[in-house]
Design a protein around this ligand. Structure first.
Ligand code: ADP
Length: 914
């Protein structure tokens, strides 16, 4: 241990020396002695003793107390006073200088020694304490964490610079304030005040940590995410005397954590995208201007195979990389989306890859905007859809090829049917002509068989054509105004004869509530009915075939039938065709609607047929918005039921019944212009017409036909559609244009080998009055002529000779049966109608007129039209119209009966000849 060095300041030299001796004896080094305060201060400065023994009264101006004060303040050297005066005043002054001891002269050696020892010890201890405090102070101000210390009352006693900086309070301002005033903390999410951590430490007596998501509200309004802990300060007695709070700003740490999590997620995403065909791109906009921005192609760039930058491709928002044909599309889609006109951005385009080839990409993106809606960024993805596009392209080509093949097939079938029809025309026509000559019974039989074989061959061709159209999805309905009852009567007329010939009864009825004036495809409806009734007749050896039409269950949903969409109201009808024939076994019932299926292959041998009829019927039914099914029991007969939808006509249109009868005597001869380039057909038609006494002029081309027609010397023109020079359409167009505004109009019947509905529709639309499919059958020819001439008002006959001849197949016996039935019933039936009218039973009247009309229609168009008129007048409850129509009917009756009594095949033929 080093010797303690002591300075003695004493004006009494004896005392000074004595003290010096004592001290030296005790082992201390006396480094100087002085009798004046000023000298003492100077010596203390030079020598820096460990202790000064200071007399209070000294020589010179400065007394011991002042000198002690200076030495202590300047050099922190401990002082022990030596004095003989212990008056109160002196002691008080001395105390202010915080002396380490006080020796009153005279003192004992031992007293001196004890006082010096204590002072030295105390000074050393104080020094250590000061150093320690300094060390702590330096430590606290140099650490990064904020520290606040409080007393037991949680009042602030210390803050380090970091705490000052974070709270915004200086230590001077905060000193003594409650902690909660300076250290204001809330929960980041709930904004609720968090418990004062110092109070918590005092309460629990342990170290506590802060809850997560604590935010310090600094004095200047800053919010700082912090993390802290509080520890108690415990004294020697184990009492808590205060709290030390340590906290730090964790905002940056959180940001760093978030940034590293984001970087990790991005890296994973990138890794996942690496193996996919998805790329990412991004556009950063300047000043929110969608036209000014820089594109970063990111992984989208890599997906296109690029490894290096190609800035020239990325100019103008990357337009350079896009296929020139797709650039406009891309710009438009981007503009539409960014301007808000389109809800999303999605566009298919081609982009250049590193090989210089274009790849198909599906680009999608979303914009990012700030809270003022300013455009910041446009981020999106690209998916390589080249493979999909290739597949799509292949599928499209395949589809087009298939469609082309179907069109070719359809065209082929149409052409074949045309090619078959033309020679069939000659076969059928010539057979008919031959049948009109004097023949032996055998010859007539042979020719009749040939005619019926040719007719059925045509049926097969028509079925095949329809079937091919179904397969190609090209079968279409032609909706037009129709009279339901007239259409059905017409359809069943020819079949009635076949039924009759087999000894079967064919009956039909339409429920009175079924409206008559409808819009639909009458031709196709007829086709379905004829097919079902024909099958019924074919597969029924004895009994009856009945057709019943009634309203179907209510029609709830709107019909999808586009062709009827212009109509305001739809009706669904149910058609039942019942026979008492051989029936169909249950397992075959579902199959018969499939193509080429027959219930029993042996039926093919027995009854013939292709198995296409029901397939076509089922398809037509579904196109009419309906369904078809069969109920059948082998041996007990079958009932085919189908439904179909029609539109109601808004107002009655010019259907068959609208032609009002006229009892004008019929024109004796028709002057017919025949325009037909096929010599067989021309010859056939000319012979048929001239054979009945009409005058005919035949031409072979359209131009001649038009010239003659315009000369105006004809009652009727039969016009072939396919002719050299000017075809039928050219002729009718010019003709109708010329007739516009004129009072007279030449009836024109189109002749064509094409039997498709669209061909018919085209003819009618072009201004033709009717349409005949080659080969032309005489019955069809006469019926068409009668329709056209009657409709045009050129002529009307009481007895519909052509219809009647066709209906009885020019068979005298059949004619007799038909005529006798009608003739015997007609007067009493008309009486009955009048009675019903008189009694006001309009429902009965409607029913009775309908029933009578079905029978009379074969004989007289004017009479059947009056009966139809009567039926409607009764249905509408229009008494005046009923009375008027009945009186016309009554007027007509004598003439009709008279005309009927003279009827014979020859007379009918003659009447046509007249
Ligand atoms: P096909 O031209 O052969 O008559 P369809 O498609 O019209 O073709 O009929 C298919 C088959 O269904 C017929 O061959 C027959 O076996 C059976 N079939 C159809 N209608 C009837 C019926 N009314 N009575 C008994 N069998 C029928």
């Amino acid at each position: 241990m080093t010797q303690a060095r002591i300075l003695i300041v004493e004006d009494n030299r004896l005392v000074a020396r004595d003290v010096q001796q004592q001290l030296t004896k005790f082992g201390y080094a006396v480094i100087g002695m002085s009798a004046r305060g000023e000298d003492a201060v100077a010596l203390a400065e030079q020598q820096r003793p460990d202790l000064v023994l200071m007399d209070i009264r000294l020589e010179g101006d400065m007394d011991g107390l002042d000198a002690a004060q200076l030495i202590r303040d300047r050099f922190q050297i401990p002082i022990i006073y030596l004095t003989a005066y212990a008056d109160e005043q002196t002691v008080r002054r001395a105390t202010l200088t915080e002396p380490f001891g006080y020796l009153v002269k005279p003192f004992e050696d031992s007293q001196l020694r004890t006082a010096v020892e204590i002072a030295l010890y105390k000074h050393a201890a104080e020094k250590r304490l000061r150093e320690s405090e300094r060390r702590y102070a330096v430590t606290l101000s140099s650490i990064g964490d904020a520290v606040i210390a409080t007393d037991r009352q949680t009042r602030i006693v210390f803050m380090n610079p970091v705490a000052t900086e974070l709270t915004g309070w200086s230590l001077a301002e905060a000193n003594g304030l409650p902690l909660t005033e300076v250290f204001r903390i809330v929960n980041e999410h709930t904004r609720e005040t968090v418990e004062d951590p110092a109070a918590k430490v005092l309460r629990l007596g342990t170290v506590v940590g802060l809850a997560n998501h604590t935010v310090l509200l600094a004095r200047d309004g800053r919010e700082i995410a912090i993390d802290d802990s509080g520890s108690p300060i415990v004294d020697d007695a184990g009492q808590i005397t205060g709290v030390v709070l340590v906290f730090r700003d964790v905002g940056e740490r959180r940001q760093a954590q978030a940034a590293s999590a984001l970087a990790l997620a991005n890296a994973r995403l990138e890794q996942a995208l690496e193996g996919s065909n998805v790329g990412i791109w991004e556009i950063d906009f300047q000043d929110g201007d969608p036209a000014r921005g820089a594109i970063q192609f990111g992984s989208a760039w890599k997906r296109l195979g690029y490894t290096q930058a190609r800035p020239e491709l990325l100019e103008s928002l990357g337009i350079g990389i896009i296929h020139p044909d797709d650039r406009e599309k891309l710009t438009a889609a981007r503009q539409a989306y960014l301007s808000g006109a389109a809800p999303s951005f999605q566009v298919e385009l081609r982009a250049l890859d590193h090989h210089g080839a274009y790849r198909w990409l599906l680009a999608r993106g979303a914009a990012e905007r700030d809270h003022q809606h300013k455009l910041l960024r446009f981020v999106g993805s690209t998916v390589d859809i080249s493979e999909l596009k290739r597949a799509e392209q292949t599928a499209l080509l395949a589809k087009e090829a298939a469609e082309a093949a179907n069109r070719a097939k359809d065209e082929f079938l149409a052409n074949v049917s045309h090619e078959i029809r033309t020679p069939m025309n000659a076969i059928l026509g010539m057979t008919e002509l031959a049948l009109e000559t004097q023949l032996g019974a055998d010859q007539r039989q042979l020719l009749s068989t040939a005619k019926s074989a040719a007719t059925s061959l045509l049926g097969i061709i028509d079925d095949l054509l329809d079937f091919s159209k179904i397969e190609a999805g090209r079968l279409e309905l032609n909706a037009a105004p129709l009279s339901l009852r007239a259409s059905i009567a017409e359809a069943l007329r020819a079949l009635a004869l076949r039924a009759q010939a087999k000894g079967l009864e064919l009956a039909w009825s339409v429920a009175p509530e079924v409206p008559d004036e409808l819009i639909g495809d009458a031709g196709r409806l007829r086709q379905i009915l004829v097919n079902l009734v024909d099958n019924g007749i074919k597969f029924t050896p004895r009994g009856a075939v009945t057709v019943q039409i009634e309203p179907a269950a209510s029609l709830n949903e709107a019909s999808s039938l586009a062709s009827l969409s212009h109509a305001s109201e739809l009706v669904e009808l149910q058609f039942s065709v019942r026979d008492t024939g051989i029936g169909i076994s249950p397992d075959k019932q579902a199959k018969i609607f499939l193509a080429f299926e027959q219930a029993d292959m042996s039926t093919t041998r027995t009854y013939g047929g292709t198995g296409l009829g029901l397939t076509i019927a089922a398809r037509l039914v579904s196109m009419m918005g309906g369904q078809i099914h069969v109920d059948s029991q082998p041996g007990a007969g079958s009932t085919f039921v189908f439904s179909a939808r029609f539109a109601k006509q808004r107002r009655p249109e010019n259907t068959v019944r609208a032609a009002h009868p006229s009892t004008r005597p019929h024109a004796s001869r028709w002057r017919v212009l025949v325009a037909e380039d096929n010599p067989y057909n021309a010859e056939l038609i000319v012979r048929l017409l001239t054979g009945r006494g009409h005058s005919v002029q035949a031409v072979q081309n359209g131009r001649q036909a038009l010239e003659l027609a315009q000369a105006g010397a004809f009652d009727l023109m039969l016009l072939d559609l396919h002719m050299p020079d000017l075809d039928g359409f050219g002729v009718i167009e010019a003709l109708r244009a010329r007739e516009a505004g004129a009072t007279s109009r030449l009836p024109v019947i189109a002749l064509t080998a094409r039997s498709r509905a669209e061909d018919r529709a085209r003819c009618i639309a072009a201004g033709m009055d009717d349409f005949l499919v080659k080969p032309i059958e005489s019955a069809a020819l006469w019926a068409a002529i009668e329709r056209s001439v009657t409709r045009s008002g050129g002529s009307s006959v009481l007895i519909s000779a052509a219809t009647l001849l066709a209906a009885c197949n020019e068979n005298a016996a059949m004619l007799d049966v038909m005529r006798n039935g009608v003739q015997s019933r007609l007067p009493s039936d008309i009486d009955g109608l009048e009675r019903l009218a008189a009694s006001g039973d309009f429902a009965g009247l409607q029913h009775a007129s309908h029933a009578l009309c079905g029978m009379v229609a074969y004989f007289s168009a004017p009479a059947s039209e009056l009966l139809t008129e009567l039926e409607y007048a009764a249905q509408g409850g229009d008494a005046a119209r009923v009375a008027g129509t009945l009186s016309q009917l009554r007027d007509l009756l004598p003439d009709l009966l008279a005309a009927m009594s003279g009827l014979s095949i020859e007379a009918l033929q003659r009447s046509l000849d007249r």
